[in-house]
Structure formats: structure tokens, C-alpha cells
Design a protein around this ligand. Structure first.
Ligand SMILES: Nc1nc2c([nH]c(=O)n2[C@H]2C[C@H](O)[C@@H](COP(=O)(O)OP(=O)(O)OP(=O)(O)O)O2)c(=O)[nH]1
Ligand SMILES: [Mg+2]
Length: 321
């Protein structure tokens, strides 16, 4: 039996979304491969303590804002420079720290833009993590029925100014020509920002209207046999089977709902955080929680292993700091 190694891993994130990777120094197994700073949890240590100690040892900094994220198990085979082992990786986001960051173990350090990874190879256990980091923590969903078009476009401009990076236009009630006109306006506004837009519709219509992506409802997901090409693809899921399907088709992400009771579906009982975390456990596809979400639920969603939260109402209200 291979041994199980518990590891604390720090994803240092700058306000602009860039995160830090480090190369594994010579003399360690998998030398030269890129990873997040971190290391083994020692006997008697909590994962948080290990995270702080490793950040001090490897980078000379003390994390001051720590957010627990995904736990991930991975079996490493034996290689020329390392024995076989199973790791349980405890990932944390670190968004603030004290001290000047420096490479204390003669490792190379590289800040990475979430969508332009320019170092390689990255440790294989981290592949799904890199996919998740391609996506921002907040996914906004349009709500013209309640807001009207003018208010929506106004609120959209405000959110883009505040850093919104992922948007779903979900307006199936609109006539085709009205949807086309709205889409043109939305895509034009978003083109000035780093925001990707998905249309909740068929892949064909999303492509035809010039969207970056398509968001599939669960019916479309269940009918799908292959991931549509040339589009970012998300799908709405409500149970384990649908999440599995989204994962098998290697979609870019899934939405899981409703996490909490919501105005949109007053008859539905929310999954609750515990069940939400259970459904995400071991899943490799990034997932957003939807249903009753407010900005302040983000930390809880991350702690359940989600990539973030999706919002159709609270996101259009002014963000609280
Ligand atoms: N730090 C870190 N380790 C990772 C990541 N992904 C991943 O699979 N691992 C694995 C590689 C190693 O098998 C294990 C970390 O152990 P390590 O040997 O680097 O631990 P350490 O920094 O405490 O170093 P050491 O002095 O004990 O050798 O976790 C990652 O992103 N960061
Ligand atoms: Mg280390």
C-alpha cells in the first residue's frame, strides 16, 4: 500500500486575479514541475497551520486572509525521482499576507493570468484546479423580466466596472429579433472588459449571435452527446447524475441548484450546504452554486468545493464591501 501524504497548498491571488506558481526545486521528487507553494502537513498541525508555516519557509510571507477551498486526492505513480504515493491536497485561497514575497528555496516563481498559463508542466494532480481557475468566482445571470432592459444594461455596466467576468443571458421569453438586438448591445458593452458571455439557448444560436459560450439547461445537457465546439460550455444540473454527465462530456463548468430556497422556484426545497458539498465531493468539473445566493455566500460555497456562486438577483444590486 502506498502512503497517504496530507499536503497544505496555497493559491496566492492578487486583486487582479493573477495567482502564483512555483517550480519544484532540484533534489525533490518531480523537480522542475510547477505547483502552488505548500507542503506536507506535519503531525499535530492543522492544515491552516501547515499552510502558514510553508508560506513562511518557502516565500518568507505570513498569510493573513485564508479561505479553505477544494480537497483533492491523487495517486502518484513511482517515477525516476520519486516513490509512489497518494496525496490528499488541501487547497486554500490566500488573498492577503504580510512580508515581502521571495523565493526562499531557490524555486522559480511566476504570477499567472488565469487564462494565460505560461509555465509548464504543472503537477498532474492540479489539472482540474487549473481549469477551475480559468473561471472567475462570480457568474451573473440576466433578469430582464424583473428589471427591464434599461435597468439591466445600467446594472451590467456597473458590475463590469467592478470586475464582473462571466455573464449568462437567460431570456428565452424574448422573440428572436429582440434577443438578437439585446445580444448585440450586451456583447458590445462586454467587449470593453474581460468578460465572457454565454447565451442560455442552443449552441447553434449562441454561435450565430456571436457569444463566447452557451449555457445549457438540464434538458439540453441530457440530450447532448458531445461538447459543442468553439464555445465555452456550462450546464445547469440538479442532481448527481446530471453533474456526472457534464463531467463526462468535459464541459467547462456546471451550475448546481437550488442551493437555498429561491424566489425563482418557490416550490423547490434547497439542497442545503451539506448536500451541496456532498454532491461536489470528488467531482473534477468546476461548479457554481445557484439559488438564493448573495455575495456573502461566496466563502461558504468555496468551502464546499465550488468554484463560486451564480446570482440572478443579488448580483445586480450594488456590491457591499
Ligand atoms: N506544494 C504543492 N504540492 C503539491 C501540489 N500538487 C501536488 O500534487 N502536490 C504534491 C507534490 C508532493 O507529492 C506533495 C507535497 O510534498 P512536498 O514534498 O513538496 O512537501 P514539502 O514542501 O513539505 O517538502 P519536503 O521538504 O517535505 O520535501 O504534494 C501543489 O500544487 N503544491
Ligand atoms: Mg513544498
Amino acid at each position: 500500500m502506498t502512503k497517504l501524504v496530507q499536503v497544505a497548498v496555497a493559491i496566492l491571488v492578487r486583486p487582479n486575479g493573477e495567482y502564483l506558481l512555483a517550480s519544484r526545486p532540484q533534489g525533490k521528487g518531480w523537480a522542475g514541475w510547477w505547483e502552488f507553494p505548500g507542503g506536507k502537513i506535519e503531525a499535530g498541525e492543522t492544515p491552516e497551520h501547515a499552510l502558514i508555516r510553508e508560506a513562511q519557509e518557502e516565500l518568507g510571507i505570513t498569510p493573513t486572509q485564508i479561505q479553505p477551498w477544494i480537497k483533492r486526492r491523487y495517486d502518484y505513480p513511482a517515477t525516476h525521482d520519486a516513490e509512489a504515493k497518494t496525496v490528499l491536497l488541501h487547497f486554500f485561497f490566500v488573498s492577503a499576507w504580510q512580508g515581502d514575497l521571495s523565493a526562499r528555496e531557490s524555486q522559480q516563481l511566476a504570477w499567472q493570468h488565469p487564462r494565460l498559463l505560461n509555465v509548464n508542466p504543472v503537477l498532474p494532480a492540479n489539472a482540474p484546479i487549473m481549469h477551475a481557475l480559468n473561471l472567475p468566482p462570480v457568474y451573473a445571470i440576466s433578469n430582464l423580466a424583473e428589471m427591464g432592459q434599461d435597468n439591466f444594461l445600467h446594472a451590467l455596466a456597473k458590475q463590469l466596472d467592478q470586475g464582473l467576468q462571466l455573464l449568462q443571458i437567460r431570456e428565452s421569453q424574448l422573440a428572436t429579433d429582440v434577443l438578437a438586438a439585446l445580444s448585440e448591445q450586451v456583447l458590445k458593452i462586454c467587449a470593453n472588459y474581460d468578460c465572457r458571455c454565454l447565451l442560455n439557448s442552443s449552441p447553434e444560436q449562441a454561435l450565430q449571435l456571436g457569444y463566447h459560450g452557451v449555457h445549457l439547461n438540464s434538458q439540453r445537457l441530457l440530450a447532448l452527446t458531445q461538447k459543442p465546439e468553439h464555445l465555452l460550455v456550462g450546464a445547469s444540473c440538479h442532481d448527481a447524475e446530471q453533474l456526472q454527465k457534464a463531467q463526462v462530456l468535459q464541459l467547462d463548468f456546471a451550475l448546481l441548484s437550488p442551493v437555498l430556497p429561491t424566489q425563482s422556484h418557490p416550490e423547490a426545497v434547497g439542497l442545503g450546504w451539506e448536500r451541496f458539498a456532498e454532491l461536489l465531493n470528488g467531482l473534477e468539473i468546476p461548479v457554481y452554486g445557484l439559488g438564493g445566493m448573495q455575495h456573502e455566500h461566496l466563502a461558504q460555497a468555496l468551502a464546499c468545493g465550488a468554484r463560486g456562486i451564480a446570482m440572478q438577483r443579488a448580483v445586480w444590486q450594488q456590491k457591499k464591501d
